[in-house]
Design a protein around this ligand. Structure first.
Ligand code: NDP
Ligand code: MG
Length: 398
């Protein structure tokens, strides 16, 4: 039925989550209509997606890339209107004809359009964990004020959402919950020595054993900063303090997280490690649709293993626990410094093991401030933490 068609904007369409979202959407042509797609610089990739999905709008990060896409689409007779810049991202996220926004831009750049979607009362499929980490309270307030719904895409948070009582909103603790346990694969360096990690290359860090993801989150998985950011994300989404959130390493990535209840029950969600499952879950919620993911065969997998995380070899995880306990500006500072450090590592300007030193320096310099009360204040903390991080980079390189 036409009235049941959901109209969707996909921010970060050319990325790993964006492409998985389009894969699920394309399996259900009567259910979803693609309204807008965005990319930063990958003009060719976005043009291809526009030719395939015929959105009303395409948004790029800069004018040159937008010009390339415009010319390509005009030559092919495609009527997608091509826009560029941050204001256009916010516009397609908040457009009255859109009901669902997939927030899958990587990093702090995802905050402003996510806030625009929140204020406009959209169903937000939130992959961009960085916007919650840097501005959890500001973002959730914008959701409440605008009447927006948040559906978590991060596989752990989506799993937890599925294990909580139905109707549980974001930001408040569900009754009867004792603790939430996030599972972590341990990443490519789960068994590596400190010396091996000090020599790690971007190629090694991005070669995740179970998941295929963008480069930034792949490095975060290798340092386990990703799990740290996810602890902070979980604290905001599910209204629990650091003392009631835990991490357990589970190398097979089959159990995606667990909720422990007061009565001794632990509920878990299981599935093959493929982001199309949480994406399909959030797209169709509360219904269930085919995601294209193969059914789980536990007999083939044979064993599910669990172990404690090693905070010595993975200091980023310890820093995230500290930032969450400290609250205030600490999570925002941690996230900003981590982005600077990961970019430098990917650029071969920083050793893998120095990512934690850069993050720690920003936490010490900026982390004890009060949290930003609005987006401008959050961005100011983000800027200051980045400048501390850049200074620390040159010390590490020396
Ligand atoms: P990718 O790097 O694969 O894709 C990022 C997307 O964001 C691309 O479309 C990219 O455009 C766009 N983009 C990059 N920088 C900017 C910018 N400054 N302004 C606007 N758009 C920008 O990332 P992932 O898909 O892996 O991750 C996206 C988000 O989802 C992250 O926050 C990540 O933490 C989260 N996430 C990802 C998971 C995964 O499995 N990949 C799992 C759980 C969470 P272009 O292609 O033009 O550069
Ligand atoms: Mg995750």
């Amino acid at each position: 039925m036409q009235s049941d068609v959901r109209t969707i904007t996909i921010l970060g369409a050319t990325g790993s989550i964006g492409l998985s979202t389009l894969d699920v959407v394309a399996r259900h042509p009567g259910r979803y209509r693609v309204f807008a797609l965005s990319a930063h610089r990958q003009a060719d990739a976005l043009a291809q997606l526009c030719l395939r999905h015929a959105p009303r709008y395409a948004v790029l990060g800069d004018a040159a890339a937008a010009g390339t896409v415009r010319a390509r689409l005009a030559a092919a007779g495609c009527h997608t209107e091509v826009l560029c810049g941050e204001a256009a991202l916010a516009e397609v996220a908040a457009h009255p004809q859109v009901d669902t926004v997939m927030a899958a831009i990587v990093g702090a750049a995802g905050l402003a359009p996510a806030i625009a979607a929140a204020r406009a009362g959209k169903r937000i499929l939130l992959a961009n964990k960085e916007s919650l980490v840097m501005a959890g309270e500001v973002f959730l307030r914008a959701c409440r004020d605008g009447g927006a719904t948040v559906l978590p895409i991060d596989s752990e948070h989506n799993a937890i959402f599925q294990c909580l009582p139905p109707g549980q909103g974001t930001g408040s603790a569900a009754p009867g919950v004792r603790r939430i346990l996030l599972t972590a694969s341990g990443g490519p360096f789960r068994r590596a020595s400190a010396a091996e990690m000090a020599r790690a290359t971007p190629e090694q860090a991005c070669a995740h054993p179970n998941w295929s993801m963008g480069r930034k989150i792949s490095v975060d998985s290798a340092t386990m900063m990703n799990k740290g950011l996810e602890l902070i994300e979980a604290s905001y989404l599910f209204g629990l303090p650091e003392s009631r959130l835990g991490v357990i390493v589970h190398p097979q990535s089959i159990v995606h997280s667990m909720v422990e209840y007061e009565d001794g029950s632990t509920l878990a969600q299981l599935g093959n490690p493929d982001m199309r499952t949480p994406i399909a879950h959030a797209l169709a919620h509360p219904e269930r649709i085919d995601s294209g993911v193969a059914p789980l065969s536990l007999a083939t997998i044979g064993r599910l293993e669990f172990e404690e995380p090693d905070m010595q070899r993975f200091p980023c995880l310890r820093l995230a626990h500290e930032a969450l306990r400290a609250g205030g500006a600490a999570p925002c500072a941690l996230n900003a410094a981590n982005e600077v450090a990961v970019a430098a590592f990917l650029d071969r300007r920083l050793r893998f093991t120095d990512i934690a030193c850069v993050a720690e320096a920003a936490l010490q310099a900026v982390g004890s401030r009060a949290a930003g009360v609005d987006v401008d204040e959050v961005l100011e903390i983000d800027r200051e933490a980045r400048s501390v991080a850049r200074r620390q980079l040159s010390r590490c390189a020396a």
